[in-house]
Design a protein around this ligand. Structure first.
Ligand code: NAP
Length: 316
């Protein structure tokens, strides 16, 4: 019988951490989840998927090289999934250095610890489509130029190149999953998809608030987080480490997302006006439900991004 594998997941309390924990437990892994220490335990996502009692929880801060090193020494992982770090593009404009420390330098710390202590382990890095960004022509594949448009994208680009460099320099099995946006009911409330669905749900239950959004024409390639964690696992099962786009291949605007989410709750939203003057009206009641505020515009935005995941489809 094959020996049980050990997986170490950083960012286990996040959206992807929860889905990945569930997937790996189903595959009979020993799953060690690393979470940053807080005054209260942050386990609702793991609890929502019914896996909180089956994952071994340990503490780790991506800013702290000593704790990363100690953890790898204690856990002896076969596979490391690096999902931990400041993950919000919007927040990265307010906390650029913290984002760089956790989502950029944190990855290099992990690679360095792996190089010294566990060079036989395999590493998945949660890279991001936000490292592309400007003037993409058509669908984006692995050979596309980089031009991040946020401190988050800049930090993720540092992490991306760190993975490539450690693979080339030290022959580590380290892979980047260049993931486009992926969502789920476990997505953090600060992300636009959850803001739309929760606010519309509150309105549907009698709430009197309006849904306040930024640029309605922002478009993203949105997928389901449960599918993306499977791609993470598949990447680490390949004989050779490599980098792969993970994407749905379709792009949709925030405006389209609002219309569809509202329709699922029995509302029929139509938009009038453009830019900051745009308003979303429920045709059934005549009530204005959506307005646009400059406060939710970002200092700089990527162009609409859509990914080409054919390399992963062919390989896996
Ligand atoms: P998420 O829900 O925000 O989870 C991020 C995780 O990182 C949380 O567990 C968080 O802990 C942890 N974390 C934050 N700062 C940390 C620190 N200093 N030390 C240790 N852990 C820390 O994000 P997600 O959607 O699951 O995404 C997982 C990874 O994929 C992230 O690296 C993200 O940047 C990347 N990614 C996501 C997408 C997407 O669309 N979801 C797309 C491309 C790439 P707390 O629970 O304590 O906050």
């Amino acid at each position: 019988m094959r020996a049980q594998k050990t997986a170490l997941i950083t960012g286990v309390t996040g959206q992807d951490g929860a889905y990945l924990t569930k997937l790996l437990l189903e595959k009979n892994y020993r799953v060690v989840g690393a979470m940053r220490r807080a005054s209260t335990l942050n386990l609702p996502r793991l609890a929502a998927l019914g896996v909180v009692d089956d994952v071994e929880l340990m503490t780790l801060d991506m800013q702290d090289f000593i704790s990363i090193t100690q953890l790898i020494k204690d856990v002896v992982p076969d596979e490391i999934y690096n999902l931990g770090g400041q993950s919000s593009v919007q927040a990265s404009f307010k906390q650029p250095l913290y984002t760089a420390q956790t989502s950029g330098r944190g990855t290099m710390s992990l690679l360095e610890a792996m190089r010294i202590i566990a060079p036989e382990a395999r590493l998945f890095e949660a890279a991001s489509s936000e490292i592309f960004g400007q003037n993409p022509v058509g669908k984006i594949d692995e050979s596309h130029d980089f031009h991040p448009r946020s401190p988050y994208g800049v930090a993720k680009l540092f992490a991306y190149w760190s993975v490539v460099n450690y693979r080339e320099a030290y022959n580590l099995h380290a892979s980047n999953g260049l993931m486009f946006n992926h969502e789920s009911p476990l997505r953090g409330m600060e992300f636009v998809t959850r803001k739309i669905t929760t606010t519309l749900a509150q309105i549907a239950c009698g709430g009197q608030q309006q849904l306040m959004l930024g640029n309605l024409d922002n478009a993203r390639d949105w997928g389901f987080a449960g599918d993306y964690v499977e791609a993470m696992w598949l990447m680490l099962q390949q004989e050779t480490a490599d980098d792969y786009i993970v994407a749905s291949g379709e792009t949709h605007s925030v405006r389209e997302f609002v219309i569809l989410a509202a329709a699922a709750m029995g509302m029929q939203i139509e938009f009038e006006g453009e830019g900051l003057q745009a308003r979303g009206i429920d045709k059934k009641t005549g009530r204005q439900l959506v307005s646009v505020s400059e406060d939710f515009y970002r200092p700089s935005e990527p162009d609409p991004l859509v990914g080409d995941a054919s390399k992963a489809h062919k390989q896996f």
